[in-house]
Design a protein around this ligand. Structure first.
Ligand code: BV8
Length: 242
């Protein structure tokens, strides 16, 4: 984003993936080539896996939820910079995250959509009650609302399930004149297709390296999110001061 494009952007959509939380100590999906306890993550994060082996799936999410209780896991400079951008932004601002951690919220982001759900939320398949849950979930525990045992699952969008907030996201992409993708490998759809839907936007990708969708972007900030996102936000606010 060079200084000559001193256009005043109006509608920003930002998409984040696991890479923005990597420097906070939360492993990405493809760090350990997508494996967990010798299982492909795509095979654990599915409704079938939960039906087949609920204990394995609950263990997978209990382990990751425990990370959110770890005081060493904190929002990093990239999360903070996005919250700062939103605070100083007069136009429309939407942050869509594929991540299920709570770091954007803890950094202060407000207009934030968790399209793949939240680690600190569970819901009951029997009565559909959704509730915040920050501890381990014990499979033998009854649903706090209807009392049924074994019917509570993580409030996570698994592979083969419909992501949340599709209507709001597509409407924002249609209007966007500025689209930034941060720390996502562009492997998972529909999120990986958002860059194509932001048809009139100036498109920037922030990543350590090229991704499956890099050629769809007109600018690339190559480097760690904790360095590149604050740099991008500062340059953006300078050029787009109202
Ligand atoms: C849907 C919650 C349809 C889970 C996630 C066959 C059968 C069924 C479906 C499909 C199929 N084939 C394709 C599909 C579609 C499927 C899909 O895309 N599969 C992929 C594997 C090909 N998608 C779906 O199933 C979606 N639903 O299609 O529904 C439908 C329609 C109507 C009605 C019903 C259904 C749902 C997908 C959601 C799955 N759930 N998350 C959980 O978290 O446990 S996806 C999961 O992957 C995470 O959300 C994660 O965020 C996301 C994407 O990964 P990334 O975020 O990109 O992370 P990754 O590790 O890959 O990359 C990290 C990047 O960061 C790298 O580029 C790296 O370079 C960079 N990085 C690392 N460190 C840094 C950094 N960058 C900057 N700084 C750093 N420091």
């Amino acid at each position: 984003m060079t200084t000559e494009n001193t256009v005043l952007y109006k509608n920003i959509v930002i998409l984040t993936g696991a890479g923005i939380s990597a420097e906070s100590g939360i492993r990405t999906f493809r760090d350990q080539d997508g494996l967990w306890e010798e299982h492909r993550i795509e095979d654990v994060a599915t409704p079938d896996a939960f039906r087949r082996d609920p204990a394995l799936v609950q263990r997978f999410y209990n382990l990751r939820r425990a990370q959110l209780r770890d005081p060493s896991v904190q929002p990093n400079a990239a999360h903070m910079a996005l919250a700062e951008l939103e605070k100083h932004w007069e136009g429309q601002f939407l942050l869509v995250t594929q991540n299920v951690d709570n770091l954007h919220r803890r950094a202060g982001s407000k207009n934030l959509l968790h399209m793949h759900g939240k680690l600190d939320q569970v819901f009951c398949l029997n009565c559909d009650e959704h509730f915040t849950w920050v501890d381990d979930w014990d499979l033998e525990a009854p649903c706090p609302s209807c009392g049924k045992v074994g019917s509570v699952r993580p409030d996570i969008v698994w592979f083969g399930e419909m992501p949340y907030f599709s209507d709001e996201i597509y409407a924002a992409l249609e209007k966007a004149d500025f689209f930034v993708s941060i720390g996502t490998s562009g492997n998972v759809y529909p999120a990986a297709g958002f860059v194509q839907l932001a048809w009139k936007a100036h498109k920037i990708e922030v990543n350590l390296k090229d991704t499956e969708i890099s050629r769809a972007f007109s600018e690339h900030f190559i480097g760690p999110a904790s360095v590149e996102v604050p740099r991008l936000v500062q340059a953006f606010l300078e050029v787009n001061k109202e």
